[in-house]
Design a protein around this ligand. Structure first.
Ligand code: HEM
Ligand SMILES: *[C@@H]1O[C@H](CO)[C@@H](O)[C@H](O)[C@H]1NC(C)=O
Length: 378
């Protein structure tokens, strides 16, 4: 039987009501909270809480997505936004719940519908984010800071993990956000970083961001991190996502009717800064993921995974990390990371982790990697 307070929370959470941020929470307290969450993990909770990923879109072509049914709106108090311009845009236009709290299924569907992101890419990113940064008990992920509903007692199980948590999914060397270790807002838009994005687009793309610019800027951001951030880290998931994210503006922010791989600075600013589609924006003409990722890497193929040790300019190679060709290491290290966060789950927590790990693997089932079942099977 559900306790009434928890049942009330669930119905509120499922209705996606506004959630206010909890600013005082340090980002590395996850384990303690996860242990507190253990108290509730054996409660029987209806299976519908974990939604299976949506399938492909019925219509996979380009269409107007900045339409009358999806107007951009200003944030209301308590609405959450984070480091991803794609998800911020989807939330600001109502493709995602406007409070910024969503289930993996909602995020995957919105990425497909609003940007024509390829379903497997959307699943891969979303389940990896959900597994390390989401709340597996409530099946909710904040697209920004972690939160919990105020006024509920006890709060920890109501907590929603968030994408802004550094070192889980969010990482260093972003194009338009600053590194976490510099302090301040590492998830919000940073004008100086964006100015650099514009400079590179002027220098290598004649005023547009394209794959040539992406290759140069990605390399520069890594060198910049090594030279300025004593805690700079660039391994495993971040190694992949940084290269992948370099391609998204080209693949997803260019209008589907004039899909030429060249992103204007006006459109870039709207997406990155305001989380807003340009007027009359049409999505990509076909489902697309991180197309061009290997070109971004091959512009400077000497980059290796690693981290600064003991200060700036001391970048040390990490042989245990995945890189772009060690894809199964990425998968395997990721499963180990999840295991580190949830060493001994039971009940509902275990079931949801098994489901989410399964759907995560599903998104890469053609990769030849061996599926792992650290928590057994259902
Ligand atoms: C819908 C299609 C999507 C697009 C077009 C998109 C685009 C982008 C871009 C361009 C960046 C780089 C920002 C920068 O370096 O300044 C980024 C970062 C990020 N995205 Fe997305 N994204 C999409 C979907 C997703 C999904 C589904 C998730 C996870 C659920 C996600 C999570 C993130 C996170 C956590 C970052 C920050 C990484 C970091 O800089 O540390 N994105 N995204
Ligand atoms: C990017 O733009 C520059 C300048 O117009 C051009 O020389 C280069 O070929 C473009 N690269 C791609 C991949 O479109």
């Amino acid at each position: 039987m559900l306790s009434s307070a928890f049942a009330a929370f669930l119905s509120i959470a499922l209705a996606a009501s506004p959630i206010s941020a909890f600013p005082g929470l340090a980002s590395r307290d996850s384990l303690t909270e996860r242990q507190l969450g253990d108290v509730l993990e054996n409660l029987p909770i209806p299976k519908l809480i974990v939604d299976p990923p949506p399938g492909p879109l019925v219509f996979e072509g380009t269409k107007l997505v900045n339409d009358a049914a999806h107007p951009w709106r200003e944030l209301r108090p308590g609405d959450i936004r984070g480091p991803c311009p794609g998800l911020n845009t989807l939330a600001n236009h109502g493709y995602l719940p406007r409070n910024g709290i969503a289930t993996p299924g909602q995020i995957i569907y919105a990425a497909q519908e609003g940007f024509n992101m390829w379903g497997k890419t959307a699943r891969f990113i979303t389940y990896s984010a959900m597994l390390v940064s989401g709340n597996p008990i409530t099946n909710l992920l904040s697209i920004g800071g972690k939160t919990w509903r105020t006024g509920l007692d006890p709060p920890p199980p109501a907590r929603v993990g968030g994408l802004s948590d550094h070192g889980l999914f969010e990482g260093d060397a972003s194009m338009t956000r600053t590194d976490h270790s510099f302090g301040g807002d590492h998830a919000g838009f940073n004008q100086a970083q964006f100015d650099q994005f514009v400079d590179f687009s002027n220098e290598y793309g004649n005023g547009f961001y394209n794959l040539t610019v992406a290759g140069e800027l990605r390399y520069h951001l890594i060198q910049q991190g090594i030279a300025t951030n004593p805690s700079f880290e660039f391994v495993n998931g971040r190694f992949f996502s940084a290269y992948g994210e370099s391609t998204f503006p080209i693949n997803h922010f260019v209008d589907g009717r004039n899909y030429n791989g060249q992103l204007s600075m006006a459109a870039a600013e709207t997406f990155f800064k305001d989380g807003k589609y340009p007027d009359d924006f049409w999505r990509a003409p076909a489902p697309i993921g991180a197309f061009g990722i290997e070109r971004v890497f091959m512009a400077h193929p000497t980059v290796i995974p690693g981290r600064n040790v003991g200060g700036v300019n001391n970048y040390v190679f990490d042989p245990t990390s995945a890189d772009l060709i060690k894809f199964c290491t990425l998968y395997s290290n990721f499963v180990d990371q999840v295991l580190g966060l949830y060493p001994n789950p039971h009940g509902l927590l275990r079931r949801n982790l098994i489901l989410n790990l399964g759907w995560f693997y599903n998104s890469i089932d053609d990769s030849g990697c061996t599926e792992r079942f650290p928590y057994g099977q259902l």
